[in-house]
Design a binder for this molecule. Sequence first.
Ligand SMILES: [Zn+2]
Ligand SMILES: [Zn+2]
Length: 352
Amino acid sequence: MKALVYQDHKTVSYLDVPDPSIEAPSDAIVRIEKTAICGSDLHIYHGPSRSEMGEFTLGHEFLGTVEDVGSDVRRFRKRDRVLVSCTIGCGVCALCDDNLYSGCMETTQMGPVTNIFGSPLNPGGQAEGVRVPFADTNLFKIPDGLNDEQVLFLTDILPTGYMGADLAEVGPGDTVVVIGCGPVGVFAQLSALMRGAATVIAVDLDDSRLEKARARGCRPLNPSREDVAEVTKSLSGGKGADCAIEAVGSPATVQLALDVVRPGGRVAVIGVVAGAQVSIDFFPVMTGKNITLRSGIVNPQFYIPKLLPMIVQGKIDPTEIITHRMSLSEGARGYEVFDNHEENVLKVVMTP
Ligand SMILES: [Zn+2]
Ligand SMILES: [Zn+2]
């Protein structure tokens, strides 16, 4: 079959790779019909050379149709339309049982996440097909009447954005600052609004992204023209934000999130801060202000059943973030466009 393969630093190629096959009785094989490029794929794209990481099939946001199932799979059959969780949980260990599939004791070594699709250990879904381990835990049926694009982002970034609002405990009447208007930031904004936030301040340097945030019901803020902390204070009666959600992944924006919340505020970091140290002046910033700081890898298995009905009922339209549609064979170009921020790109969706 064909797949997009990470070959080397900033080198992604459309190549022939071996077809996936059932390796364990709990596996399923899924023929992929839609797949997306994620911001975290760009971390791999900028990653080390072939000698350090080897070659592997990319992609952790994908859906399709079940083509085959192992003898232990109970909940799925051939021809079921399914979406796939980006992380692989076994579904039965103590941590999966606690809804922490990203820390699954069976599929990770309980260190940094190793159970995500599209990584050296788990061939990904930017391909014509994929093997899904523990299918009963990691596959979800797509309800009739919803098209692929409506549900594709349930595989990762919609649950990730929602997790930001969940970890920051966004509730009715809150003033919320969302830093970053990329795809995950957009879903964090929508989630904060859905949970009843009174004011959602959307922060980004890109005015076209800010215009879309305004249309969504947010207060757009470009930090090159306005001071985030000052505006937040003035919009919250002088108090500061109740919650901040960091959806960029840099030490400076983590610091900004900590700075804009009020005493007792809640900060969620859902951006991927990779390869950089965050240093916090702990007492004045955290202890002295009674701040709660949370972060984590998403557990789509936990959030999909909560978010899918919101799409069915038309409360969220995740398709609004799609800016580019192309064939998987053009995927190398898709990575370039996304990486270089060309053509006002927000999300690239590919069809094998
Ligand atoms: Zn992703
Ligand atoms: Zn597990």
